[in-house]
Write a protein that binds this ligand. Structure first.
Ligand code: SF4
Length: 495
C-alpha cells in the first residue's frame, strides 16, 4: 500500500493512519501520481473560493472507493490544517474500514498520547457528553476507548497538579540485563559479558549524578520523582546498588520528593539482600514484572525465570515491607491464548499489587521478534484487543483505575499501554514523563535528559552515549553536556 498526496503536506498523518490498517507493512508516501497502478490511498487538496476542497480515494486489489468531496471554509492557518488532517483522516478511515473489514479502536487518533487531547478538552471546560460526542463522531474512537481515555485523564490530572514550573524528575539508567527478552529492542548489555565494566560504570554514574544534583541546586529546581530503570537495575550487586542509591540520597535535596522507584524488573535478579538495600535507601515503589504467569509463554519470550520465582519474590518484597509494587503484563505475546492471558491477569489481581500495567506487545524491527516477523496480523490484533478489554474490565472491577495511557508504534492491533492502580498509588514518574509536564534530568548510558521550558512548551533533549563502554570512554563529554541544562534554564527562565 502506498500513500499518494496531491496539493498538501499531510503525508505523515496519512501514512500513520494507513499503517493502522496494514500492520507491519511499510507504507511509502509519494506525490508521484503515476503510481496509481498500485494499491494506494490518494488524498487531494484544492484551493476553492476562500476555502479548500478535499477529495480522497482508496484502491485495494480490484476494489476502489471514493468519498464524497468535503469543503472546509476556515481561513488558512493552524486551525484549518488540523481540520484538513481530521477530515482526510475520517474519509480515509471509512474507506479502509470498508475495504479491509478492520475498525481500529482509536479511530483516526494516531498519536502516542490520546489522553492529552482529551485532557485538554476537560481543562477547557467541555462537558463530558460533548467530549464523548467529539471523540466518537469526529475522531471515530470506539465508546470503550473514549471511556478509558476519559477515566485516565481524570486520574492523571491529580498527579499533574502536583507538578510546578520549577519541578523536575530524575532518571537513572542501569543498561544491563541478565539476558535479552525476545520482544525487546532496548540496547541493554548482557550483565555476564559486561561484568568487568560494571564497577567503573557505577563510579562514573555517581559522578554524573553528583554533577546533576549540583546543577539542580544551582537552578533551585525541586525534585519530585526519582526513577531507576534500564535495563534491569537489580543486575547490580547489593553494594553497587547501595552506592548509587546512597549517592541520590546524599547529593539531592529530597524534601519535595513524591516518589522513588526502582524497577526491579526481572525476578531472576531479585534477592532479599538487594530488596533490603533498596528499602533502606528510602525507595517507595518497585516493579516486579511477570509479563505473563504462563510458563510456556515465559519460556518462548526468552525470560530465564519461572512463574514461581515471580510469585516468590513478590511475597518476599511484601514481607520485607514494600507497600507499593507494580507488576507489568503484556498482551499479545506469541503463544499466549485468551485463556492463558486472562489467567495471568487473574493471578496478578489475586496477588494484589498496588499497580498493574498492561502493555500491548510492540514489535520493533530491532527485536528478535521483529527480525523474524513471527507476529501475524489480523487474528493477533483481534485476540490482543480481547485481552486488553478483559484486563481493563477485570482490573476496574477489582478496585484499580487507569491513570496513564500511551500508545507505541507497531503495537499489535494499534492498542495502548495502560497503567492501573489502587487509589492513591499512581506512579507519578510515568505520568510526568508521558505528559512532558516538567524536566527529566537523566544519568547513565542510554539516558536522555528532556528539558522542559518552565511554564512553556519548548522541549530540548540532551543525549548520553548509548552503550556503557562509550559512556565510560567519553565520560568527559557526558559531563560537558550537562552545561546545556544551565544554558537552557538561563535562556528560558524559571517561572
Ligand atoms: S529485562 Fe527488560 S530491558 Fe532487559 S531485555 Fe528484558 S524487556 Fe528488555
Amino acid at each position: 500500500m502506498i500513500v499518494i498526496i496531491d496539493g498538501h503536506n499531510y503525508g505523515y498523518e496519512m501514512e500513520c493512519l494507513t499503517r493502522m490498517f496494514f500492520f507491519g507493512e511499510k507504507v511509502p508516501v509519494t506525490d508521484d501520481l503515476s503510481r496509481m497502478g498500485e494499491d494506494y490511498v490518494y488524498t487531494r487538496l484544492e484551493e476553492q473560493n476562500g476555502g479548500v476542497k478535499l477529495t480522497a480515494r482508496v484502491c485495494l486489489g480490484q476494489q476502489s472507493l471514493e468519498e464524497e468531496p468535503q469543503v472546509i471554509r476556515c481561513p488558512a492557518g493552524e486551525e484549518r490544517d488540523h481540520e484538513c488532517e481530521r477530515v482526510f483522516g475520517v474519509m480515509v478511515y471509512h474507506m479502509l474500514q470498508k475495504l479491509t473489514g478492520k475498525s481500529p479502536e482509536w479511530g483516526i487518533l494516531t498519536g502516542i498520547r490520546p489522553v492529552k487531547l482529551l485532557g485538554q478538552f476537560i481543562s477547557d471546560g467541555v462537558s463530558k457528553e460533548e467530549i464523548f460526542r467529539i471523540f466518537e463522531q469526529d475522531y471515530l474512537v470506539s465508546p470503550q476507548k473514549v471511556r478509558l481515555a476519559y477515566e485516565t485523564a481524570l486520574h492523571e490530572k491529580f498527579v499533574l497538579n502536583q507538578s510546578q514550573p520549577d519541578s523536575y524528575s530524575l532518571y537513572i539508567s542501569i543498561p544491563f540485563c541478565p539476558s535479552r527478552c525476545r520482544y525487546c529492542s532496548f540496547v541493554s548489555q548482557d550483565i555476564e559479558r559486561a561484568k568487568k565494566l560494571v564497577p567503573s560504570y557505577v563510579r562514573r554514574l555517581c559522578e554524573e549524578l553528583k554533577r546533576t544534583a549540583d546543577i539542580a541546586k544551582e537552578l533551585g529546581l525541586k525534585l519530585k520523582t526519582v526513577y531507576m530503570g534500564g535495563g534491569t537495575p537489580t543486575t547490580l550487586a547489593p553494594s553497587q546498588m547501595d552506592m548509587v542509591l546512597k549517592c541520590v540520597r546524599e547529593e539531592f535535596d529530597l524534601s519535595n520528593l513524591l516518589e522513588f522507584t526502582v524497577e526491579a524488573g526481572r525476578p531472576d535478579t531479585i534477592t532479599e539482600e538487594k530488596l533490603q538495600v533498596i528499602l533502606q535507601n528510602g525507595v517507595t515503589r518497585i516493579s516486579i514484572n511477570p509479563q505473563t504467569f504462563c510458563q510456556p509463554v515465559l519460556d518462548e519470550i526468552g525470560r530465564l525465570h519461572t512463574v514461581q520465582q515471580t510469585i516468590d519474590v513478590y511475597h518476599l518484597a511484601r514481607n520485607i515491607g514494600f507497600d507499593n509494587i507494580n507488576m507489568d503484563l503484556i498482551a499479545g505475546l506469541p503463544g499466549d491464548s485468551l485463556e492463558t492471558f486472562c489467567a495471568s491477569i487473574d493471578k496478578a489481581v489475586e496477588l494484589d499489587p498496588e499497580n498493574i500495567t498492561v502493555h500491548t506487545l510492540s514489535v520493533k524491527r530491532s527485536s528478535d521478534f521483529g527480525a523474524q516477523s513471527e507476529i501475524t496480523v489480523k487474528e493477533e490484533a483481534e485476540l490482543t484487543a480481547k485481552m486488553v478489554e478483559y484486563a481493563g474490565k477485570k482490573l476496574m472491577e477489582n478496585g484499580y483505575f487507569p491513570y496513564y495511557l500511551y500508545r507505541q508504534k507497531n503495537t499489535v492491533g494499534n492498542l495502548e499501554n495502560t497503567g492501573f492502580c489502587k487509589a492513591g498509588k499512581e506512579g507519578y514518574y510515568n505520568v510526568y514523563i508521558m505528559d512532558e509536564i516538567h524536566t527529566i534530568l537523566a544519568a547513565g548510558a542510554g539516558a536522555s535528559t528532556k528539558l522542559k521550558q518552565p511554564g512553556g512548551t519548548l522541549i530540548k533533549r540532551v543525549f548520553n552515549y548509548k552503550y556503557p563502554y562509550e559512556y565510560l570512554d567519553r565520560f568527559d563529554e557526558v559531563l560537558n553536556r550537562k552545561k546545556q541544562i544551565l544554558e537552557f534554564y538561563r535562556k528560558y527562565g524559571k517561572k
